[in-house]
Design a protein around this ligand. Structure first.
Ligand SMILES: C[S@@+](CC[C@H](N)C(=O)[O-])C[C@H]1O[C@@H](n2cnc3c(N)ncnc32)[C@H](O)[C@@H]1O
Length: 204
């Protein structure tokens, strides 16, 4: 029986191998060579408000590194929903997290996906989609579907390593700020938090 650290390391290797295999086949669709490390996942989870009412939506579940951090940070299984487009990754997520709602779907059709799932209110969005590379119409479809459902002060969080906003804020009517930078990942990643710009200044 291997010791716990050995098992943990072999799990991480297995996860990395699955992820890397997908990246080799579809690099732009996956958007990163390896899954987010634990420091990134924990930093992302920390940006969620402690007091929440409603569903937390994860966009681009991958092999579940952010998902696990969200659960570790206290997200109830019943309040977390994960969207993942790649069938094999969605299936692996279902095996790893049988208690969660894992939806195999394209986030670019998020409005209808959320309507099908009967989700009217969100207490946070955690996205690691390679959204910088999506066209403006797809970015708008995703952002608008989320902002229409986010409760006041609930964040839309986006992971990136672009060193600048991965979303064109003016074109999408957004205010955004980099809220964290994690150096313990190669390349280093940043977390951006967005809200809808309110005409007349400020943001909600
Ligand atoms: C950079 S990886 C992040 C995976 C994981 N959350 C992490 O941090 O390690 C992006 C993930 O988004 C998924 N993805 C890319 N485009 C998507 C889309 N249009 N709809 C849903 N998922 C998508 C990819 O398959 C991949 O699993």
């Amino acid at each position: 029986m291997p010791s716990l650290p050995v098992r943990a390391i072999s799990t991480i290797w297995a996860e990395n191998a699955v992820f890397f295999g997908h990246w080799l086949r579809r690099p732009l669709a996956i958007g990163a060579v390896l899954p987010s490390g634990r420091a990134v996942a924990r930093a992302m989870a920390r940006e969620l408000p402690a007091r929440r009412s409603g569903v937390v939506l994860e966009l681009g579940g991958g092999t579940g590194s952010l998902t696990q951090a969200l659960l570790d940070a206290g997200c109830d299984a019943g309040e977390l929903i994960v969207i993942e487009r790649e069938r094999a990754l969605a299936q692996a997520l279902r095996r790893r997290f049988p208690q969660l709602r894992i939806v195999e779907a394209d986030a670019r059709a998020l409005g209808s996906v959320l309507a099908d799932q009967k989700i009217q209110s969100l207490s946070g969005v955690v996205s690691s989609l390679p959204i910088k590379w999506f066209g403006l119409a797809a970015q708008r479809a995703i952002v608008d579907a989320c902002l229409a459902r986010l409760t006041p002060d609930a964040p839309f969080l986006q992971l990136t390593n672009a060193l600048a906003s991965p979303l064109p804020m003016r074109a999408l009517g957004l205010d955004g700020v980099e809220v964290a930078r994690v150096w313990a990942q190669l390349p280093p990643v940043q977390i951006w938090r967005y809200r809808r710009t309110v005409v007349g200044g400020g943001s909600r």
